[in-house]
Ligand binder design. Sequence first.
Ligand code: TIU
Length: 230
Amino acid sequence: MEITVSSSDLTASIEAEPYPFELVKRKCALLIIDMQRDFLEPDGFGEMLGNDVSQLRRTIEPNRLLLDAWRAAGLTVIHTREGHRPDLSDLPPAKKVRGRGVKTIGDPGPMGRILIRGEAGHDIIPELYPLPAEPVIDKPGKGAFFATDLHAILQNRGLTQLVVTGVTTEVCVNTTVREANDRGYDCLIPEDCVGSYFPEFQEMGLKMIKAQGGIFGWVTHSSKILAVLG
Ligand code: TIU
């Protein structure tokens, strides 16, 4: 039997700003940033800090649809989680005390110790739970490249493009996109799949990425990606 692969199965032009993103499917990973219970669920660390988690929860359903389609297309999915070792040996003292919170990283929280690996609140929300074959990058910082093996994994698999989703837009998503951009990756961000606790940061965080001819990357809507996944 002859198998025909048309070039449209391999590449696709996605409507985006500041101009179309040329997706090369086998070279592109879906990188889902920090969709963790402590950031998204009521009673988690995020809400404990006084944040409105509904601003992040609206990203769950678009992420789920994109993840389903990405998996169905047989493309690479990588997840990240922000957190630290139980002995806090990888937690910079500056990060521990920042914010002068009554409760900080490592303290007991509503879903186990706050942002500690292995605790319930640190894990990824059930709606987007990783499959066994999907790498999970445990990162101690805001950027997914700092002190992780993400770059090595991408290089080993020949991946040069990233669709970046998750939370929060101006913190871990932006930091990761900037780190990726400096390492030579093309990043596409579906705006409905990233969220911030602060609407003004959501808007500006996306504008900063696509400004100046796409200085850090491209911004689109998940519907435009779904349209080319078939
Ligand atoms: N994942 C991520 O963005 N971590 C944060 O701490 N974000 C805040 O917006 N605080």
